[in-house]
Design a protein around this ligand. Structure first.
Ligand code: AVJ
Length: 332
């Protein structure tokens, strides 16, 4: 049995403990760095995941509904091209609540009657939710959740005869990674699949800065709450004493790096204590703590990244305004 498979069942408690250590380690290293930073995966505790779902519905956050419209229009073509005459098994990285995925699953079901769906996520909670919802909507689907971290190298179950894999990495999730990290992730993915397998990659495109900035600093303050929830999480999990009213949400466009950046800005000089880490951290007035990068790509750029990782781009779909792109490529 492969180690990554053990984690889906008996390894769960160990995996959970390990994730808590990862929180402590990431927070210690981020808060003792200069400039201070916290990694964006920390956003997604229960409240953070709910706030992210809310973000996907706010008027300014165009990403989710734009990608959904592309998938709604082209899911049939995407599935047909990816399958190339074979039966598709659909694997999804960072499955989350798997909402847009149902459009692709429905297209695969129409084509082949049933489908094996392997959502991969570090959070087993997210996978459980996806599984029950999908089983209700698609009675003949076979959901095989995989709890693992796909950012290092990773392992996928071998296919059966006549099967071909389609790996979904949608939602511009790749945008959280630095260029070197996303190259590594795509390399790891290329090694995990077989020649002829397909990947469907969804990415947000560069557009007017005002549009980008309002998407990450909405009027209703949902993104601000999402960002500040990080501090609430550290208060709960590490016994910290962050005063969430003493920090402000900030979102800026970094044109040179082609990314949105989010920060938590200290409104006053203050000292925060983190007993679980035996750590006290000073913040100066207006000191910025970095919490997220969200890369935005130029047309053609993601195809280049796929080529560099050993994939051959097959087709790219975009919306009328050219705000978001979904690219299908095949492992060479
Ligand atoms: C889930 C990483 C795609 O970068 O747009 C939304 C997360 N952060 N609003 C993004 C996010 C602030 C989102 N991704």
């Amino acid at each position: 049995m492969h180690p990554s498979e053990r984690m889906t069942t008996a390894g769960m408690p160990a995996a959970t403990a390990q994730i808590t250590d990862q929180v402590a380690e990431a927070v210690r290293s981020g808060l003792t760095s200069f400039p201070k930073r916290l990694p964006p995966w920390l956003f997604y505790d229960e409240t953070g995941s709910r706030l992210f779902d809310e973000i996907t519905e706010i008027p300014e956050y165009y990403l989710t509904r734009t990608e959904r419209s592309i998938l709604a229009e082209h899911a049939g073509a995407m599935i047909a091209r990816a399958a190339a005459g074979d039966r598709l098994r659909i694997t999804e990285l960072g499955a989350g609540s798997a909402d847009k995925t149902r459009l692709l699953l429905a297209a695969a079901m129409r084509r082949q009657g049933t489908v094996i769906y392997e959502p991969v996520d570090v959070s087993s909670g997210a996978l459980d939710v996806a599984q029950t919802r999908l089983a209700r909507e698609f009675p003949t689907i076979r959901v095989v959740p995989r709890v693992m971290d796909y950012t290092g190298g990773f392992y996928l179950e071998p296919l059966e005869r006549g099967e071909r894999r389609l790996v979904l990495y949608i939602g511009s999730s790749i945008g959280n990674f630095e260029p070197e990290e996303s190259a590594q992730l795509l390399d790891g993915l290329r090694q995990a699949v077989e020649p002829g397998d397909a990947v469907l990659l969804g990415v947000d495109l560069v557009k007017r800065p005002e549009l980008l900035i309002s998407a990450y600093d909405d009027v209703a303050g949902v993104t601000a709450a999402f960002n500040l929830n990080l501090l609430t999480r550290l208060n709960r999990e590490l016994g910290a004493d962050f005063d969430t009213t003493a920090f402000a949400h900030r979102a800026t466009w970094n044109a040179a790096a082609s990314r949105m950046e989010m920060y938590l800005v200290s409104r006053v000089p203050q000292t925060v204590h983190l007993p679980a880490l035996d750590l006290a951290v000073d913040f100066g007035r207006s000191e910025c703590m970095h919490t997220e990068n969200s890369y935005k790509y130029r047309p053609g750029q993601v195809e280049g990244m796929l080529v560099d990782a050993g994939f051959k781009p097959n087709a790219t779909w975009t919306d009328r305004r050219g705000w978001f792109a979904v690219c299908l490529a095949r492992a060479a």
